[in-house]
Design a protein around this ligand. Structure first.
Ligand code: FRU
Length: 465
């Protein structure tokens, strides 16, 4: 059938063919969630970037559309965002038919090759037909490069009375403001001493979330590569305040969105209706350490499950919780209750609900080929072992043991999503998450548990293709 190759994700988004990295330009408009992505249509490894495109009515089922934005004389099309310009502030649409505006990075490969510093600039394209056709703005670039080699990934949002752009600038986030999306004014730099600087800063996102007590906080996501807590790429975030010009973090603790190795460059949807009110996120489910060599051929990479973000209090500090969007429950085909510590998982696509006892536990998923993954709690830490998960020989780093701190949190619930080449583990409704890709030769069909309550739930899930 369609999209039925070995390792092809069955309910995660993947490109129809060839290379994909970061999700880009996510915007909700006229009943559709748009998803664009870094795409090289001529090869299954990274190269001249385009924006691939898909739409969904429910964040779960996706319709692939033609490539939206292709390279031109200013360069390749790197990551960025999209907004609905509701008041037609840009003048690129009309008052009656406001435009969708995409803001992205031009990466000029010729300038890069020649050793110049200023080869990344920001450009825009717009659509007045619901995102089907995109026209590049004649005045591109809209933001010139001041002479800094890493100057990219604009995330634009309407904040207060104007547009704010968060831009990744080598080892800091730089904020710009604009009244019309075409002219940008420098506001401030965010670069606290104590943040994680193991690699270049990429793909920022700035948005508000409300605390359980009803107070608004501003969240800043910053993807960093390398320098993640479990090697390679990962996303750190800051909780604090944005005063319309400057972001301030309220604590000086490095926080990570995901302790799996495979959730990178994720950002949130813009223009989600107020009546919905959710902050919706999707990430690229891979890691630059091995993304180009994972054992798939027709396509490379998938996205994480779409997630809803919320703030939870943990001790003295707030953390971002990410939980699977409710729409995913539509994928449940049949549900069963399992008893005891060892049982068969008779579905390749499955969602497991497991309840640990207080104390340490371990959970092993295995198949008849002797392949296995192991999640364990030891004291105040979780470990995830994929060293014998299946095909691993493509990268030495892939087999490293992953660890995640619990910060004193008692684990009461594990929700585990199994697809053909990934496992996502949501601890306590997403207070801690591990997103991990794996390449088993056959589905994990057995589970063995130590330290769990006796009754468990399994949902068999449907393919979206
Ligand atoms: C992040 C990233 C971005 C860049 C894009 C290029 O994964 O490196 O900074 O815009 O990928 O494809």
């Amino acid at each position: 059938g369609r999209f039925d190759e070995p390792f092809r994700p069955q309910y995660h988004f993947s490109p129809p063919s060839q290379w994909m990295n970061d999700p880009n330009g996510m915007v909700y408009h006229a009943g559709e969630y748009h998803l664009f992505y870094q795409h090289y249509p001529d090869s299954n490894v990274w190269g001249p970037m385009h924006w691939g495109h898909a739409v969904s009515k429910d964040l779960v089922h996706w319709e692939h559309l033609p490539i939206a934005i292709a390279p031109d004389s200013l360069g390749w099309i790197f990551s960025g965002s999209a907004v609905l310009d509701e008041t037609n502030s840009s003048g690129l649409g009309t008052a009656d038919n406001p435009p969708l505006v995409a803001i992205y990075t031009y990466h000029d490969p010729v300038g890069a090759e020649a050793g110049r510093e200023d080869y990344q600039t920001q450009g825009i394209a717009y659509s007045t037909d619901g995102g089907r056709n995109w026209t590049k703005y004649a005045g591109n670039p809209v933001l010139e490069n001041p002479g800094i080699r890493d100057f990219r990934d604009p995330k634009v949002a309407w904040i207060g009375e104007r547009w704010i752009m968060s831009l990744a600038v080598k080892d800091r986030i730089r904020f710009y403001s604009s009244d019309n999306l075409l002219e940008w004014t420098y506001e401030s730099d965010f670069q606290p001493e104590w943040a994680a600087y193991g690699g270049v800063w990429e793909c920022p996102d700035l948005f508000p979330l409300t605390t359980p007590e009803g107070e608004e906080k501003w969240i800043l996501f910053v993807s960093i590569n390398p320098g993640g807590p479990n090697g390679g790429s990962a996303t750190q975030y800051f909780v604090g305040d944005f005063d319309g010009s400057t972001f301030t973090s309220e604590s000086d603790q490095v926080k990570w969105l995901d302790y799996g190795a495979d959730n990178y460059a994720g950002v949130t949807w813009s223009n989600v209706p107020k009546s919905d009110g959710r902050r919706l996120f999707i990430g690229w489910m891979s890691n630059w350490t091995y993304a180009n060599v994972v054992p798939t051929e027709n396509w490379r990479s998938a996205n994480t499950l779409p997630r809803e973000l919320a703030l939870v209090r943990q001790g003295e500090t707030y953390r971002v919780r990410s939980s699977p969007v409710a729409e995913l429950e539509k994928l449940r085909k049949s549900s069963s209750t399992k008893e005891g510590d060892s049982w068969a998982i008779d579905a390749e696509l499955a969602e497991l609900l497991l309840f640990p006892e207080a104390g340490d536990f371990s959970l092993e998923l295995s198949n008849d080929a002797g392949e296995r993954i192991i999640l364990a709690k030891k004291g105040d830490q979780l470990t995830f072992d994929r060293s014998q998960s299946g095909v691993t020989g493509f990268s030495e780093a892939f087999t490293a043991l992953h660890t995640a701190p619990l910060h004193g949190m008692e684990v009461t619930e594990l929700r585990v999503f199994l697809d053909r080449s990934s496992v996502e583990i949501f601890v306590n409704q997403g207070a801690l998450v591990l997103s991990e890709i794996v390449f088993p030769e056959q589905p994990y069909s057995r589970i063995r548990l130590t330290g769990f309550k006796s009754s468990h739930q399994v949902h068999e899930l449907a393919s979206i293709w």
